[in-house]
Design a protein. Structure first.
Length: 144
């Protein structure tokens, strides 16, 4: 589901770029050339204010969609051959064990949505830091 949302968001941004730049909603496959994607990269930085990693991720998504179009024979040349994407190391703040303990000990109504969220969070934490998407799709048959 997360992948779908990322792809949908990127497609919406690309459509907005096409509308704002060229005054139309679509471009033919033949117009999918390197310069168009360089302009999209610039648009993401300058008009949308996106960060380096966001722009890199969005270009990666567009690149994946272009490869699918090539597999289907809708595009013959690979326009991303000379397009450079950048990334920066992301800084993640981790909770300390004491902070997790404080969350576990917090007094809240056990029937509340907050208590349910806490139970799932603690399960993911104690299960070795499971990703939210894995926890959200977890079923009893997955547990041994």
């Amino acid at each position: 589901m997360g992948t779908f949302r990322s792809y949908r968001t990127t497609c919406r941004k690309f459509t907005a770029f096409i509308e704002e730049t060229y005054g139309r909603e679509e471009v033919p496959f033949g117009a999918l050339e390197a310069e168009l994607f360089r302009e999209f990269r610039t648009y993401c930085y300058e008009e949308r204010g996106s960060g380096t990693n966001t722009v890199g991720r969005e270009l990666g998504i567009v690149c994946t969609l272009v490869r699918h179009a090539m597999k289907e024979g809708k595009l013959s040349a690979y326009p991303f051959e000379h397009i450079v994407t950048y990334s920066e190391p992301s800084r993640k703040e981790l909770l300390t064990p004491e902070e997790v303990e404080r969350i576990a000990d917090l007094e809240i109504d056990e029937d509340s949505p907050a208590a349910e969220a806490r139970r799932w969070f603690l399960f993911a934490y104690y299960a070795g830091g499971m990703r939210f998407s894995d926890v959200a799709t977890l079923q009893w048959q997955h547990i041994r």
